[in-house]
Design a binder for this molecule. Structure first.
Ligand code: HEC
Ligand code: HEC
Length: 463
């Protein structure tokens, strides 16, 4: 049985034919290829070329053929979809007015393997993830004590490369539609511009995806807003298995990945054996996340030249942030050159009663209610919306919240209490001072990081 879905654009038609045949004869369960529902072929045409874009979340091989009469078809190429989509084009298409293209799934022609060479666009010499040049302050206390890289999983170039591939691979979700990067987007400082992320089946989560810049440094070491993951190695396996996010099991994932030669190669290069294991996935993903290090912002240049590169407004904002002008206490909780807190767990008075108990829901302690992890403020300009529930859409709203909106509650952290401790601190900043504070926060933006190819999607999507 074949389903045909004609698509008309100008005078051209693209037809996608989805065969329902399944290669079951000699296949084991792990190798059954089910043509994915929802596959589609889109076409755009100029006089000189026809561009086709094939979407298919089943990583299948499709035969592309063309016809001028819908009767006689000429094969134009066969495309393997490596990670959800593949683009191609054909120059000098048959004369106008009509040319038709179709993508045909043939179970007997699925023999294009996903090798490292054809599935991925990796550099000949691997990118450097392991020997980073870090600012001097990173190798001294207190930042030294914030480092959560364990001796058992130090970052290597091969491991982080494998982690990068995993991070962008839609195979990690059960229906192969989303990857880690769907919710942690490089252009947004590896956060999600949506208030709540959308999982593999369209369901919404309940918290905002935080940015991942400098997640390697956090003194309390734990991960997630409510600190429920003790280590990054633990954390990275949780979204894969989360029923709302990626909906996968680790067994199904290791079986699926082991079918791909590029994975057995990358595992062999990293761990010395081609076996695809959940532990290897965890170690490699953690290495990649830890390698996302921002050190090239305007702020970093400022550290090295006593902020001579800052505008007067940015310097005023810096003084407000540090509390040398006015009574703001930002640096008490967003301290060091990583802009993360020390050992304390904090409640910043977002709301009372607590809609989301945060750490309190994990520990069961009322004294932890409304307390949340404070991620690094690096790249904060890019990671909107803000707070665990994404309630603020821009930094002006965040600053106004700290200026006038902190809600007093029993767990409110001391730096946000007014003298005497029985009410919330009010900053009484002027309009210019608020704008200066926002301008300072924007000096933490690292455009090099968000454009750096070594953190980008490595898959081959054609041309
Ligand atoms: C469907 C969206 C979604 C997907 C897919 C997703 N994440 Fe997340 N991620 C989130 C959200 C939302 C949070 C915050 C959740 C919370 O704290 O309860 C988060 C938090 C994190 C954190 C915690 C950061 C910190 O500072 O504590 C890390 C690390 C992370 N994700 C990495 C990953 C990796 C690696 C993958 C792929 C295996 C992934 N995420 C897939 C949405 C997603
Ligand atoms: C007592 C500690 C504390 C102080 C002081 C403090 N913050 Fe925060 N900040 C937090 C906590 C905790 C969060 C996360 C709260 C949440 O999401 O529920 C946070 C979140 C933020 C965020 C959003 C982070 C994100 O990824 O969404 C920004 C921006 C921010 N703070 C800026 C500031 C500024 C600017 C100041 C000074 C005016 C300040 N903070 C003072 C504890 C503090």
């Amino acid at each position: 049985m074949k389903a045909t879905l004609p698509k008309t654009l100008a005078s051209c038609v693209a037809i996608i034919t989805i065969a329902s045949a399944i290669a079951t004869a000699t296949a084991t369960a792990a190798t059954v290829i089910v043509p994915a529902p929802g596959a589609s072929l889109n076409l755009t045409r100029t006089n000189a070329a026809v561009s086709l874009s094939l979407s298919n979340s089943g990583d299948q091989v499709w035969i592309i053929s063309s016809s001028t009469n819908l009767v006689n078809w000429t094969e134009a190429g066969s495309w393997k979809v490596y990670n959800g989509t593949y683009h191609g084009s054909f120059t000098n298409p048959p004369a106008m007015p009509n040319v038709f293209y179709r993508a045909f799934y043939d179970p007997a022609r699925q023999n294009i393997a996903s090798t490292t060479a054809n599935a991925l666009l990796l550099p000949g010499t691997l990118y450097n993830y392991s020997a980073l040049t870090l600012p001097a302050s990173f190798s001294q206390p207190p930042i030294l004590a914030q480092d959560n890289m364990p001796a058992t999983n130090t970052t290597t170039d091969t491991g982080a490369t494998l982690g990068r591939v995993l991070f962008y691979d839609k195979r990690l979700s059960t229906n192969q539609t989303i990857s880690c990067a769907s919710c942690h987007q490089q252009a947004h400082g590896f956060s999600d511009p949506r208030q709540f992320s959308v999982g593999y089946d369209g369901s919404l989560g309940t918290r905002n995806a935080m940015g991942l810049s400098n997640a390697r440094w956090y003194q309390r070491k734990h991960f997630f807003w409510d600190e429920r993951a003790a280590t990054l190695e633990d954390q990275v396996l949780l979204p894969i298995q989360n029923p709302v996010e990626m909906g996968m099991t680790l067994d199904a994932l290791t079986n699926r990945l082991a079918l791909e030669p590029f994975y057995t190669n990358l595992f062999a290069a990293t761990f010395g054996t081609p076996d695809v294991t959940a532990e290897g996935i965890s170690l490699a993903l953690a290495q990649f996340v830890r390698s996302i290090v921002s050190t090239r912002s305007k702020y970093d240049i400022g550290v090295s030249n006593n902020f001579a590169n800052f505008t007067a407004q940015e310097n005023l904002g810096r003084q407000i942030f540090n509390g040398t002008v006015g009574n703001a206490t930002c640096a008490a909780c967003h301290g060091t050159d990583n802009f993360t807190p020390g050992p304390a767990l904090n409640n910043n008075g977002l709301e009372f009663p607590y809609v989301d108990k945060g750490v309190g829901a994990i520990t069961g302690l009322t004294t932890d209610n409304g307390k949340f992890k404070v991620p690094s403020l690096r790249n904060i300009e890019l990671t909107a919306p803000y707070m665990h529930d994404g309630r603020f859409t821009n930094l002006d709203q965040v600053v106004e919240f700290y200026n006038s909106g902190v809600v007093f509650n029993a767990n409110l952290s001391p730096p946000l209490r007014a003298p005497g401790g029985n009410s919330a601190l009010r900053l009484n900043l002027t309009t210019d001072q608020k704008a200066a504070l926002v301008a300072f926060l924007k000096t933490l933006t690292d455009t090099n990081l968000v454009a750096d190819v070594k953190f980008s999607d490595p898959f081959n999507y054609g041309n």
